[in-house]
Design a binder for this molecule. Structure first.
Ligand SMILES: CC(C)(COP(=O)(O)OP(=O)(O)OC[C@H]1O[C@@H](n2cnc3c(N)ncnc32)[C@H](O)[C@@H]1OP(=O)(O)O)[C@@H](O)C(=O)NCCC(=O)NCCS
Length: 392
């Protein structure tokens, strides 16, 4: 049995950045925002709870987190509950877990909640926490953190395709401008290309405005089986297709050219096929711009443009309002922030709002098909394609 599955509710904590409370408070606020978005859903109807968080053991000294977080969220799951940890992609993997449970008939109504408290008092501790996400013996011990890995990808793309630092900066200016229209974003101040180029160098060619930052935040969605979804909302947002693929973990072992993410292309093509759509059909995309170069390579690997043309794609406005596909309307990870386990869930909340015409001043006109792309490490990709009720 495979059943259709839809998003029926979604919300985020109110302001991302330094959160003035504990991880427990983030979870409670995210769950409340989600329930507030759909008053037809009562907490005692929730049958499943998937908690997405990367290092609660380190930042909140809390393990055994799925039932703990369910209690913080005010739900008592009776069909499925677990924690999902897939580094930065945890939220989307959580949504895929809920999708699988509902599609198979294991549960009818499941909450997916992502929450991360990344700011801890000691900045060195923050860096140590981030180093747990790369290969401990071969990468963490030498300081090969995410900014360095993505800088190497940027250097490869620049060498191979002539991509420029200005084109990288244009991803950042677009996403900061979009973040200025998003009330919960961490960095709502628009910036110019000159600002990006003059911002603090991190690791060549990336500057601080090319990078996502350290963020506390939370987000939650509720997924339902089709029949129940129609009872719970007049505007369900359906999952049309999804795929996940990895080509390696340790940077040195990744077979792809660092400039071309063929494994993302494979995952995307499988998801497009399942959804019965082509890349040109996507109206709005929430993609993983942990660094500006990621978004450029993702345009190519998702099939929005040809290999090597990602820099021109952003420079010609194709990924902006009025262009071919609006990419990262909530400000992306660069503008909105990147609270690891919450990011993929917040991306889904944005697509949910966009496909229901509820995104306010960020609304993409006539958005009917939305895509979420989440990345863990540098070679593990998670893709979900959503459709409004008109396209089902
Ligand atoms: C890039 C990085 C190393 C910078 O750390 P840092 O040198 O300690 O810099 P800070 O966080 O203190 O930021 C410096 C300033 O830039 C600002 N800033 C940082 N990122 C910003 C962004 N994306 N947009 C706008 N401003 C930003 C900060 O607010 C701060 O401003 P202030 O000096 O006025 O307070 C760190 O944020 C990092 O590791 N980011 C990547 C996180 C990561 O790996 N995530 C997983 C990705 S897959």
């Amino acid at each position: 049995m495979t059943r259709k599955v839809a998003l029926v509710a979604g919300g985020t904590t109110s302001k991302w950045g330094v959160y003035p409370g504990t991880l427990r408070d983030i979870i409670s606020e995210a769950a409340k925002a989600c329930f507030d978005s759909n008053p037809r859903i009562k907490a005692d109807q929730i049958q499943g709870f998937i908690f997405c968080s990367v290092f609660p053991e380190r930042s909140a000294y809390q393990s055994h987190t799925a039932p703990w977080a369910a209690e913080c969220a005010g739900v008592k799951p009776n069909r499925i509950f677990c924690r999902v940890e897939n580094m930065c992609g945890s939220g989307t993997v959580g949504i895929r877990t809920a999708y699988t449970a509902i599609a198979s008939g294991l549960a009818d109504l499941v909450m997916v909640l992502g929450a991360e408290k990344m700011f801890v008092p000691n900045p060195q501790e923050i860096m140590l926490n981030m180093l747990t996400g790369v290969d401990r013996e071969w990468e963490g011990s030498t300081g090969l953190t995410a900014p360095v890995q993505f800088a190497l990808a940027a250097q490869a793309h620049m060498r191979k395709y002539g991509t420029t630092e200005e084109q990288l900066a244009l991803v950042s200016t677009k996403n900061h401008l979009n973040a200025s229209r998003n009330p919960y974003s961490q960095f709502p101040k628009p910036c110019t290309v000159a600002d990006v180029l003059a911002s603090k160098p991190v690791t060549s060619p990336l500057k601080i405005f090319d990078c996502s930052s350290i963020t506390d935040g939370g987000a939650a969605v509720i997924l339902a089986a089709e029949e129940l979804a129609k009872e719970l909302t007049d505007n369900p947002v359906y999952i049309l297709g999804t795929c996940q693929a990895a080509s390696g973990f340790n940077y040195a072992n990744i077979p792809d050219d660092w400039a071309d993410w063929d494994v993302l292309n494979q995952a995307a093509q499988t998801a497009y096929k399942m959804a019965g759509i082509k890349p040109k059909d996507v109206d709005v995309a929430e993609v993983h711009d942990c660094f500006s170069i990621s978004e450029i390579i993702e345009y190519e690997a998702l099939g929005f443009c040809l290999k090597g043309e990602g820099g021109n794609f952003v420079a010609s406005g194709c990924s902006d309002y009025g262009g071919q596909v609006v990419v990262n309307p909530r400000g992306g990870l660069i503008g909105c922030g990147h609270p690891l386990g919450a990011t993929g869930v917040a991306q889904a909340v944005e697509v949910f709002r966009q496909l229901r015409n509820e995104a306010g001043e960020r609304q993409v006109a006539n958005a009917k098909i939305g895509l979420n792309h989440n990345l863990s490490g540098i070679a593990e990709h998670h893709v979900v394609i959503y459709g409004s009720k008109e396209v089902l």
